[in-house]
Design a protein around this ligand. Structure first.
Ligand SMILES: Cc1ncc(COP(=O)(O)O)c(C=O)c1O
Length: 375
C-alpha cells in the first residue's frame, strides 16, 4: 500500500529473474547455483528474489552479512544460506540460531562458533582462501593447517572451500595465478580430508567467460539481475534486466531563452524551452553526477537531464517533444532505467556516465524508492 503512494518506483520483473536464473543454470555442468542476494539482492529485494531462487532449486543463497541471513530466515526462507562476512561472538550466536552457514577466513572464528554450539552434531561451515584478491580468506599456505583443525573438530564439519576472483573476465596472469594457487589449496586440503566437500569460486564474470573447471558451486550475482560484469566476449546466454526505474512528469515550466535551471543555475536555456520536473532525486539513488549529463525516456524519446539533480527532484528538457506537438503532459511516464517503446536505458549506461559500475547503480537505489513486483 505504502509503495503505491509514491509514483516513482523500481519495477522488479521476477519473470526476467527466473529466466536469467534458468539461463545461467543451463551453463552449469555438475555444478549448482548459489545466487548472490547480498545487499538486498543487489537492490532488487532479498526476500522476493530468495523465494524465486528457492523455488527454482538454488543449492545455497549467498549473503554478505549475518543480518541479511536473518532477514531471509525470518521471512521463512529454508535454503542453506552462505554468509561471507567475518563475525564476533554475537554474530556466531546469531549464525547458529538462524542456521546460517558461515564462510570462515580466520581460525579464531572456529572458537567463537564452538562456544555457542549446543549440539554435538557437526555444524557445516565453509572456508575461504585469499588467492590474490587480498580481501578475505586464509592464506594459501595455511591450507593444510586449516584442514587439520577441522579433522579435530567433532562439532564442525568442513562442508566447502572457496575463493573469489579479482578479474575473472580475463584469463590473464592474475586469474591464472589465482587458479594455480587454488588448485594447490584444494590438493593440500584433500590430502588431509577426503570427505566429500564443495569447492567453489565462479562469479558472473567467471561463469560467463567459460572459466574451467566450474567446480561444485557457482555464485553469480550481477548476471542474475540481467546486468553484465566486465566481459571480453559477448555473454553466451540471454540476460534480461530485472530492475526498471520509473517516475513521471510532476510539473511543466515553459521558460524563456536564458532561463537557468536548478541549484547554481548550471544549465541555461539556449532558446525558449519546456522544462519538466521529475519527482525523484539523489536521495532515491539517482546519482548526482548525472546532472547535465544523463538522459531519460519520455514518450519513447531521449530527454536530457538539465541542471543539478536535487535530493527529491530532477529536471529534464522536453522542448523537442513539445515542438513535435504531442505532449508532454503532467503524469507522463519517465523511464530512468528500462525500456520505453523501442528505446532502452540500462543500468550500465548510467554507470558509464557516472564513471562507476552497474553494481553501484543498482544497489544504490534506496529503500525510499518503492519496489513494485511484476511477473
Ligand atoms: C564472495 C562473492 N562471490 C560472488 C559474488 C558475485 O559476483 P558477481 O556479482 O560479479 O557475479 C560476489 C560479489 O561481489 C562475492 O563477493
Amino acid at each position: 500500500m505504502l509503495g503505491r503512494l509514491r509514483n516513482s518506483y523500481a519495477e522488479i520483473d521476477l519473470g526476467a529473474l527466473e529466466r536469467n536464473f534458468l539461463n545461467l543454470k543451463g551453463l552449469l555442468k555438475n555444478c549448482s547455483m548459489v545466487p548472490m542476494i547480498k545487499a538486498d539482492a543487489y537492490g532488487h529485494g532479498d526476500v522476493q528474489v530468495a523465494r524465486v531462487c528457492e523455488r527454482l532449486g538454488a543449492r545455497f543463497l549467498g549473503v554478505a552479512l549475518v543480518e541479511e541471513g536473518i532477514r531471509l530466515r525470518l521471512a521463512g526462507v529454508q535454503t542453506p544460506i552462505l554468509v561471507f562476512c567475518q563475525f564476533d561472538s554475537m554474530g556466531a550466536e546469531a549464525i547458529v540460531k538462524y542456521r546460517l552457514t558461515p564462510v570462515l577466513s580466520v581460525l579464531d572464528q572456529i572458537k567463537k562458533l564452538k562456544s555457542v554450539l549446543h549440539e554435538t552434531a557437526s555444524y557445516p561451515v565453509h572456508v575461504k582462501f585469499n588467492t590474490g584478491m587480498q580481501r578475505l580468506g586464509f592464506e594459501p599456505e595455511e591450507a593444510s593447517r586449516v584442514a587439520t583443525e577441522f579433522q579435530k573438530e567433532a562439532y564442525l564439519k568442513l562442508e566447502g572451500v572457496c575463493t573469489h576472483f579479482a578479474a575473472a573476465e580475463d584469463d590473464g596472469d592474475m586469474t591464472k595465478d589465482q587458479l594455480k594457487i587454488f588448485n594447490q589449496v584444494m590438493s593440500d586440503i584433500r590430502k588431509i580430508n577426503q570427505n566429500s566437500m564443495l569447492f567453489h569460486y565462479l562469479n558472473s564474470a567467471g561463469l560467463l567467460s567459460g572459466l574451467q573447471p566450474q567446480l561444485d558451486l557457482a555464485r553469480p550475482g550481477i548476471s542474475l539481475y540481467g546486468a553484465l560484469p566486465k566481459l571480453k566476449k559477448d555473454s553466451p546466454v540471454l540476460l534480461q534486466p530485472v530492475m526498471s526505474v520509473k517516475s513521471f512528469i510532476g510539473f511543466i515550466h515553459r521558460v524563456r531563452k536564458g532561463a537557468r535551471v536548478s541549484y547554481g543555475g548550471t544549465f541555461q536555456a539556449s532558446k525558449d524551452s519546456v522544462i519538466a520536473v521529475v519527482p525523484m532525486g539523489y536521495a532515491d539513488g539517482l546519482p548526482r553526477v548525472l546532472s547535465n549529463k544523463g538522459t531519460v525516456l519520455v514518450r519513447g524519446t531521449s530527454c536530457p537531464i538539465v541542471g543539478i539533480v536535487c535530493m527529491d527532484y530532477f529536471m529534464i528538457d522536453v522542448t523537442e517533444l513539445a515542438d513535435q506537438n504531442h505532449g508532454p503532459l503532467v503524469g507522463d511516464e519517465v523511464v530512468i532505467i528500462g525500456q520505453q517503446n523501442d528505446k532502452i536505458i540500462l543500468a550500465d549506461h548510467l554507470a558509464k556516465i557516472a564513471n562507476t559500475v552497474s553494481y553501484e547503480i543498482l544497489t544504490g537505489m534506496q529503500a525510499r524508492l518503492p519496489r513494485i513486483y511484476i511477473h
